[in-house]
Design a protein around this ligand. Structure first.
Ligand code: ATP
Ligand code: MG
Length: 567
């Protein structure tokens, strides 16, 4: 492709609204343009890269026997009502509207319902399974905070696969196949990833794993152990032990004045004690009942763990008036002493505290020297906090790290949730009817592309991994002489004729501009035709990744380059 015939607008300056490196570079290197918050157009150069990601995905899927389909993005709301996700998902992030005929419609945020409806009544014998179907399709989600360009957008492309199996054993095999395919996709895309067990056996039953790329532009935190390789989302990671204080001699409880001091930080500062000496008391509403949750002052409550312990469908913090009703005091002064009518549950760490400070359930008052069993009782001690760097690995008890990561893929054993709601059943060898067992497997295609750029760039621009690079080589013509032009034209013609996808910067622009643009757009091999080399009968080559330079003789340049490009 001759640049002069191409549409590749590059920008010198970073766009002001872009925070993530990938976002800045995707705009500057002419991959994407923004239409509105969370919606982007792909330009030819960006689309080529995106197509390369898709090819890698298609190949990996097909090697595992998955078959490509294409489902509609426009759905009747009715199908979502069958699984109740009209409320739990569409109301939350869905785009729904009424069409001219009065039909309630949805722009699909995902496709479990649609694929299940597709196979329902048609996949009805055990002989038709295992079956894995996948598509590459646009999804629509009204994300509360679209950001980082295509990393979190409102319209994005996902590869979503769905497996259909007759029993758990067969589901496990399909799941394993998809897991292997995902590892292969990540490797081919040049992504250094961590597979995070999103459920390390605590969530009960259904297994799922997330494919995470370590990146500052990610929005998820994970815990990772270099010792044994354990990785889990912060939500799921259990806390074992942690640093425990030795119990001090029990002192007598006292009331103290703490005017206006309603946060752990304020109270600790006013009393000149560490936050770890406070027990914070939070009142939650779990479904229809209230519960008091006690946590050491310096630790955070993990609401996912709390919901699980309480077996609650809906969990939220009580509002100010509910707190007054439950505790008799205002928000910020709650405590477990003399608290009646609610269950008190506490994090394991609280069990080891002595002579602690708590709220006194009265405005501007706290208790000091509060002790469990003497001053109050706890109904249940359990693991309720977020793991942090003071904790040890739940598996090997060595030191852990907390990392910011970006989720690029997610694989999930679904079970029969959708086949049950949509009545998708099959007959086994004995003619007995069962629900089909499903798994689902998603990869964010544009997010993968952005992640590749996050991990493969320097301060000059993108450094494409070979498999993703929109062109494999770029010719830079730096000299206007007839000789130079004819060498460049010939080389371009010959490489193109042989099927090599080459970008030829034949623009009427200064060498400096061409060099800068070449580094910005990041094609792996730069073939430089300029007077400096020509004087010696040579052309120069530069590898974008290593910055390594070399010279090759003009007369056998074409064959040498072909060799380099097929390596
Ligand atoms: P997140 O927690 O980031 O919102 P999710 O759990 O909602 O992701 P899934 O529904 O599992 O995501 O979708 C599968 C994949 O689709 C994700 O792993 C991610 O790569 C991609 N994805 C999800 N939401 C977006 C979005 N708003 N923009 C771009 N890609 C997305
Ligand atoms: Mg989401």
């Amino acid at each position: 492709m001759r640049w002069s015939d191409y549409y590749l607008p590059t920008l010198k300056e970073n766009p002001r609204e872009a925070e993530a490196q990938s976002h800045k570079l995707m705009i500057r290197a002419g991959l994407i343009r923004k239409l509105a918050a969370g919606t982007y157009s792909y330009l030819p150069f960006g689309l080529k890269a995106l197509n390369n990601v898709e090819s890698i995905i298609r190949q990996a899927m097909s090697e595992k026997g998955a078959l490509e389909v294409f489902l509609p993005a426009l759905h009747p709301l009715e199908i979502w009502q069958k699984t109740g996700r009209d409320v739990t998902l569409i109301d939350d992030v869905g785009y729904s509207f009424i069409d001219r005929h009065g039909n309630k419609m949805v722009l699909g945020p995902t496709h479990e319902e649609i694929i299940t409806a597709l196979i329902q009544g048609e996949v009805k014998s055990y002989k038709q399974m295992p079956l894995i179907l996948y598509q590459i399709q646009s999804k629509f989600r009204d994300e509360p905070r679209p950001r980082f360009g295509v990393i979190r957008s409102k319209e994005f492309i996902m590869k979503d696969a769905y497996s259909f199996d007759v029993d758990e054993k067969s589901l496990n095999e399909s799941y394993k196949k998809m897991q292997e395919a995902y590892c292969q996709i990540m490797d081919k895309c040049g992504l250094d990833y961590i597979m995070v067990e999103a459920d390390p056996g605590m969530m009960g039953g259904k297994e799922s794993a997330e494919f995470m790329v370590i990146s500052d532009s990610g929005e998820d935190m994970i815990v990772h152990c270099f010792g044994c390789g354990y990785a889990a989302s912060l939500e799921a990671a259990p806390c074992v032990g942690g640093e425990l204080k030795k119990k001090d001699k029990v002192l007598k409880i006292e009331v103290i004045d703490t005017p206006g001091k309603s946060t752990v930080e304020d109270v600790a500062r006013a009393l000149k004690i560490p936050e770890a000496n406070l027990i914070k008391t939070l009142i939650y509403k779990a479904d229809d009942s209230f519960v008091a949750v006690l946590m050491r002052g310096d630790k955070r409550i993990n609401e996912t763990k709390l919901s699980r312990v309480l077996n609650a469908q809906h969990l939220k913090l009580a509002n100010d008036s509910e707190i007054e009703d439950v505790t008799g005091g205002p928000v910020g002064f709650s405590g477990p002493v003399k608290l009646k009518g609610v269950k008190i549950i506490a994090d394991f760490l609280v069990e080891h505290m002595s002579n602690a400070v708590t709220g006194a359930n009265k405005a501007d008052k706290h208790f000091t020297n509060v002790n469990i069993n003497k001053d109050f009782k706890v109904n249940l001690f359990c693991d309720l906090r977020y793991i942090d760097v003071d904790d040890v690995c739940p598996k090997c008890h060595k030191k852990i790290e907390i990392k910011r990561t970006m989720e690029v893929g997610h694989i999930f054993k679904l079970g029969t949730k959708y086949t049950d709601s949509l009545n998708a059943k099959f007959l086994d060898e004995n003619g007995k009817e069962h629900l089909i067992i499903m798994g689902c497997y998603g990869i964010g295609v544009n997010r993968v592309l952005a992640a590749i750029i996050e991990l493969n760039h320097d301060d000059r621009g993108i450094v494409w991994p070979q498999e993703i690079a929109p062109f494999k080589a770029q010719i830079l013509l730096l000299d206007e002489s007839k000789e130079a032009v004819s060498i460049a034209d010939d080389l371009y013609g010959e490489l193109s004729f042989e099927g090599f996808d080459v970008l030829y910067d034949d623009r009427n622009a200064q060498a400096g501009v061409k060099f800068k643009d070449a580094d910005l757009i990041g094609i792996p091999l730069q073939i430089i035709i300029g007077s400096r080399g020509l004087k010696k009968g040579n052309i120069e080559i530069k590898y974008r990744g290593s910055n390594k330079k070399d010279e090759i003789a003009i007369k056998n340049a074409a064959s040498k380059l072909k060799k380099i490009l097929t390596m």
